[in-house]
Ligand binder design. Structure first.
Ligand code: SF4
Ligand code: SF4
Length: 419
């Protein structure tokens, strides 16, 4: 933990009302200011106690405090360094270790995830039983989306008009296996807007889950492989449609700062979120009317970590007939936060329920988010709420429907039918 970064905190407390765990529990040690104080204690010699690890593990890494802080405290850097220290110094129970080993042996590997898709979808029926056995297993069963039809993407999708850019597409682990239709829609939108889209077939994990969980060595390995993959692809920009992956890839230079030669290679890799890229490129394809009401959810790793808030709204608001609605408390995390909803299922459930209530209050037909974790989390919470259904989709799918003149009924999956 960098003491210089810790010193930047002037203890003003402006971050407190934006912190989801402080909002839930009102405990100083579950606020950004309190956690920075714990980091300071550790720097001054206090070992990582079970209690300290508990408060730090309870942080979602949502970065709402980074957005709110007037002193520019780099809590994002601090919590990443802190998680690595906790992983190294804190002894977890055998059960915790086994569950972590299972999650990290599964989620960053597409083939393993593919093999688990059907069992995970079927496990919904056993959810109460699994929940009683272990809350993490119960959460996995509850979150599993319906099994999507596999989509095989070609290595290159050519621009459908005069070429304006050559981009690489990160297909992602969870996005690629659970939401392959989102990647297909992303490639079509980019091609219709004049991009050659290169989709390296043997992409690995970008390292986001490892990085956000303090698994430094694993995150570095995944980052190096991803950089090398897109260097070979010879693209101008790598476009990412999953918020968590995009924010990690933009941080590669920091992740690899101690690896000779790699920081420069990371810096040379231009990474853009899909919405950010499309707004910078400017629209040329015709938007057909799409009469649908949309509640847009700000994924924390897009809004707080990447500062991408206006671009998705601009793209959605530019579709004729689309009624864009704001969700109250949009800056507060839905509780997904990478693996948070698996390892901290109680807090994640409370935040999910809070978010579902506000999403359903918009009365929108469709919930749109740009992060697969948020989509699964909010879908599960709206099912639990049992107050009506809402369909869920990605920004790319909405744009794709508008560009191809499809009916809004073709969009998204219904949360009530997910079982
Ligand atoms: S990252 Fe989110 S949960 Fe963690 S301290 Fe900051 S606001 Fe709170
Ligand atoms: S993190 Fe920033 S907003 Fe929060 S107490 Fe410290 S200086 Fe104030």
């Amino acid at each position: 933990m960098d003491p210089e970064l810790i010193k930047d905190c002037v203890h003003c407390g402006f971050c407190l009302p934006t912190c989801p765990t402080y909002v839930l529990w009102g405990e100083e040690m579950d606020s950004p200011r309190g956690r920075i104080q714990l980091m300071d204690q550790h720097v001054h010699g206090t070992p990582v106690t079970d209690e300290m690890a508990g408060h730090l593990d309870a942080c979602l890494g949502c970065m709402a405090c980074v957005t709110a802080c007037p002193s520019g405290v780099r809590y994002d850097r601090l919590i990443e360094q802190t998680r690595a220290v906790v992983e190294e110094e804190h002894t977890r129970t055998p059960e915790e270790r086994a569950l972590r080993a299972m999650v990290f042996a599964l989620f960053p590997y597409r083939r393993r995830l593919r093999a688990m898709r059907l069992p995970m979808a079927l496990s919904k029926r056993l959810q109460p039983l699994l929940e009683r056995a272990n809350p993490t297993l119960g959460a996995m069963a509850e979150l599993a989306p319906p099994t999507a039809r596999p989509v095989r993407l070609p290595p290159v999708v050519r621009a459908r008009r005069r070429r304006r850019a050559t981009v690489g597409l990160l297909t992602g682990c969870v996005q690629g296996e659970f939401f392959p239709q989102v990647n297909a829609a992303t490639a079509r939108v980019l091609a219709l807007e004049g991009c050659d889209v290169v989709i390296p077939p043997r992409q690995g994990c970008c390292g986001a889950l490892s990085l956000h969980s303090g698994r430094e060595a694993e995150a570095k390995k995944f980052a190096m492989r991803t950089i090398a993959t897109f260097e070979r692809a010879g693209v101008d920009t790598v476009v990412v449609n999953a918020a968590g992956c995009g924010s990690s890839m933009k941080d590669y230079a920091e992740v690899l700062k101690d690896e000779p030669g790699w920081s420069g290679r990371a810096d040379a890799l231009a990474v853009r979120d899909l919405a950010e890229f499309l707004v910078e490129l400017g629209p040329v394809a015709e938007r057909h009317p799409l009469p649908v009401s949309v509640a847009y959810h700000d994924a924390c790793h897009l809004a707080h970590a990447q500062g991408v808030r206006s671009q998705p709204r601009e793209l959605l608001g530019g579709i004729p007939g689309l009624d864009l609605r704001e969700i109250a408390e949009s800056a507060i995390c839905c509780g997904s936060a990478g693996t948070y909803n698996l390892f901290q299922p109680g807090a994640a459930r409370e935040l999910g329920d809070r978010k579902a209530e506000r999403v359903l209050a918009t009365g929108a037909d469709l919930l749109v988010s740009a992060n697969p974790g948020c989509t699964m989390q909010i879908a599960a919470a709206t099912r639990r709420a049992g107050k009506g259904e809402i369909r869920v989709a990605h920004t790319a799918e909405v744009l794709d429907a508008a560009l191809r003149g499809l009916s809004p009924q073709t969009l998204g999956w219904v949360t009530e039918d997910a079982g």
